[in-house]
Design a protein around this ligand. Structure first.
Ligand SMILES: [Zn+2]
Length: 305
């Protein structure tokens, strides 16, 4: 009797295994990057673009041109000297065919946050096994934020030393997002629209603008992208501010835990708080005038006078 019961249990278990093989086939298989993102395109700027969708030759050329343009703008401002101790592998650009896929596979297998419009993961640049990767996705037929994330990579390779974990994020976030918005070519229209919306006299001060991180921005993308963009535009406005920009970049390259950078930043904020406000008022007048089209040149002349 006991023997028959055991045989029945075995039979039941075998049937259960068979059913689970049938119904859950492939469900618990480890996800493989090569299967998920099968198309590879080498880039003229170095590294490789790995995408879910195959790129047409035309699209490949256009992406290559955009990245080259971004590199040229970056090099004109900061040069192209790799930071000390940087030995990472070449960049990997992972491109999902849509946001849904980005969100779906971001957590596993890529282990990234996807509450954003794309991400660059620098890793540990002093390790030769480190794989710097950026993750982006298509939206309305275009790869969203590709050049923005690419500038984060350039910043990490040619300006900012190490994994920047030694720098408090509220010191460097304005720099990272500002340079990415300023050089990616996507910041200007977005920033001008925000500046037009913002009431005069109620904008944050320069010291507030450079003291920001994702946590304190608390979902307000203006604080992360618009105001840092304007700080970068201001830094490009005179020979004196260009020198400050260079001094900040040089300080970021030092492996001294941000001491030199913080000193330059504090001096900049102290000396330029009022001048920056006045400059931003003018930018607001220009942004409003530009929208009014025909009146723009006259208003711009008046504002600059
Ligand atoms: Zn960014």
């Amino acid at each position: 009797m006991e023997h028959i019961k055991i045989r029945q249990i075995h039979k039941f278990l075998n049937r259960l295994t068979e059913l689970s093989r049938h119904y859950f086939h492939g469900l618990f298989k480890p996800l493989n990057h090569r299967t998920l993102v099968p198309h590879k395109t080498p880039l003229s700027t170095g590294g490789e673009l790995q995408s879910q969708l195959a790129l047409s030759p035309c699209e490949r050329d256009e992406i290559g041109r955009e990245l080259e343009k971004t590199v040229a703008k970056f090099v004109a401002l900061f040069g192209k000297k790799t930071v000390m101790d940087y030995v990472s592998k070449p960049l990997r650009m992972v491109v999902f065919k849509e946001r849904k896929q980005y969100v779906c596979y971001g957590n596993y297998p890529y282990r990234i946050n996807t509450n954003n419009g794309g991400l660059f993961v620098k890793g540990e640049p002093s390790s030769p096994h480190n794989q710097p990767s950026l993750y982006v996705y298509y939206q309305e037929g275009k790869i969203l934020n590709l050049c923005h994330e690419f500038v984060h990579f350039l910043d990490n390779k040619y300006i900012t030393y190490g994994n920047s974990a030694y720098l408090p994020s509220e010191w460097v976030t304005f720099w990272q997002e500002g340079v990415a918005q300023y050089l990616s070519g996507q910041g200007e229209a977005y920033a001008a629209a925000a500046l037009r919306r913002d009431p005069d006299g109620q904008r944050p001060s320069l010291s507030q603008l450079v003291d920001i991180n994702a946590y304190s921005a608390d979902g307000h993308s203006d604080r992360l992208y618009v105001w840092p963009y304007y700080v970068f535009k201001y830094l490009a406005s005179t020979p004196e501010t260009k020198d400050i920009r260079s001094a900040l970049a040089i300080a970021l390259g030092k492996p001294d835990h941000g001491g030199a950078y913080k000193r330059v930043l504090t001096e900049f904020v102290t000396a330029h708080a009022d001048r920056f406000n006045a400059w931003l008022d003018t930018e607001a007048i220009l942004a409003k005038a530009a929208r009014e089209g025909a009146n723009a040149p006259r208003a711009a002349a008046a504002a600059r006078a």
